[in-house]
Design a protein around this ligand. Structure first.
Ligand code: PGA
Ligand code: ZN
Length: 422
């Protein structure tokens, strides 16, 4: 049993310098913990509502004072003194207190900050590492660590739209440990910096998630430069290091057409385009190849990728159970991109994770483009048996806090890396 003694929230800043919510949860017995929530920019339409103040004179409307106040006043008043059996009891109470479908009354940012801070405080009360607590929620023993898929090149909404693909990521497939995965990625990343200096005559400008963002001429140029950087780093593309791509195509889909660079394509042409990339480049995971509302074509995309690359749904699924169920029924994807703040509580995200795993899908545990130095995501990825971990590049401390935590989890548990890609 856990009894909440106090909830205190604070408006802090994320990696884009925008406000977000940090909450401290104190439990009876002196167990106290703090957690911070991330924030997306390339958001799906079905995401839970992130409550912002909307005052144009303060942080261009991005302030989180109302969300903070909802924790300090409403949630603190309603939950102080409440005895809760477990995480699920807390999260159900949060859902009831909000009472809306998309968490617009209290804000998903306010709600998630409490859900996470409680998890960490509860883990302390149980004298468990946070990854162990998360494994306990899933109800399955720890088995593997996720394979990091690490942002090399950025475009789309994370880089001012200078290139069409949102992320080209390195998949260090020959790595047997997190430690090896990071060392391989460092070599590729440094080679990419050299390549950009030679080819574009510029220093390494970085996008929101720390990916390199020169003015690539096309999607193909991004992929070709990635393959070249892998070679320059001393690795064999496709054998030692493969690629993952987040097309994030919802963000260039208008009136039934995909506006990729200068070409406008219908859904079938977009699938043919993706098929061509998969044939030409060592891509083993492809996220949001089609738009979030293009449901009729997703099964065709999945069929096209089949055994060659994972069909990952981010904006399509929004970590939302109803959307995941629909995708399972339609055979529209085979990998859930899980972002806890898309749905707003740990329990709902856990149910989404379970649903995907029960269907034989893989799960990518993902950060957001706006992150904080908090590292709970690494524990979540280990505890919930993530297949991939997607937290951005190996630059910038809000990303490295997760990789560094994963190194610590690896040292503590000696768990092997997941068997993917196999
Ligand atoms: P976001 O992007 O955090 O800006 O939404 C990440 C992604 O699309 O995977
Ligand atoms: Zn995405």
């Amino acid at each position: 049993m856990f009894t909440i003694e106090k909830l205190t929230a604070l408006e802090i800043l994320d990696s884009r310098g925008r406000p977000t919510v940090q909450t401290t949860c104190s439990l009876k017995g002196g167990f106290r913990a703090t957690a911070s929530v991330p924030s997306g920019a390339s958001t799906g339409k079905a995401e839970a509502l992130e409550l912002r103040d909307g005052d144009p004179n303060r942080y261009r409307g991005f302030g989180c004072r109302r969300a903070v106040q909802n924790v300090n006043q409403k949630l603190n008043a309603a939950l102080t003194g409440r005895s809760l059996a477990d995480q699920e009891a807390l999260d159900r109470a949060l859902l009831e207190l909000d009472g809306t479908q998309n968490k617009s009354a209290l804000g998903a940012n306010a709600i998630l900050s409490v859900s996470l801070a409680f998890a960490r405080a509860a883990a302390r009360q149980m004298a468990q590492p946070l990854y162990q607590y998360f494994a306990g929620l899933l109800g399955v023993p720890l088995q593997t660590l996720p394979r990091p898929t690490i942002n090399l090149f950025s475009g789309g909404k994370h880089a001012g739209g200078q290139a069409p693909l949102q992320d080209v990521l390195v998949v260090p497939r020959s790595a047997r440990t997190i430690d090896e995965a990071l060392a391989i990625t460092f070599a590729v990343y440094q080679s990419a910096i050299d390549l950009i200096a030679q080819k574009y005559g510029m220093r390494a400008l970085k996008a929101d998630e720390g990916g390199l963002a020169p003015p690539f001429a096309s999607a193909e140029a991004m992929l070709e430069d990635a393959v070249a950087a892998i070679r320059m780093g001393g690795f064999e593309p496709g054998r030692d290091v493969s690629l993952a791509v987040d097309v994030a195509s919802s963000h260039f889909y208008r009136d039934g057409r995909y506006q990729l660079g200068l070409t406008a394509m219908d859904s079938s042409a977009m699938i043919r385009q993706i098929d061509d990339w998969i044939e030409r480049y060592p891509i083993v995971s492809l996220e949001d190849g089609l738009a979030e509302d293009d449901w009729p074509h997703w099964p065709k995309l999945r069929e096209c990728l089949a055994s060659r690359a994972l069909t990952v749904g981010d904006d399509l699924l929004c970590t939302n159970q109803a959307r995941i169920e629909r995708a399972i029924a339609l055979n529209a994807a085979d990998t859930l991109l899980l972002k806890v703040n898309q749905i707003g509580t740990l329990t709902e995200a856990l149910e989404s994770c379970r649903l995907a795993q029960a269907a034989g899908w893989r799960v990518t545990i993902s950060a957001r483009s706006g992150e904080t130095e908090d590292n709970w995501l690494a524990d979540l990825a280990a505890g919930w048996r993530g297949d991939q971990l997607k937290v951005g590049s190996i630059m910038q401390s809000e990303r490295l806090s997760k990789y560094n935590r994963l190194l610590a989890i690896e040292a503590e548990t000696a768990l092997p890396l997941v068997n993917w890609p196999n």
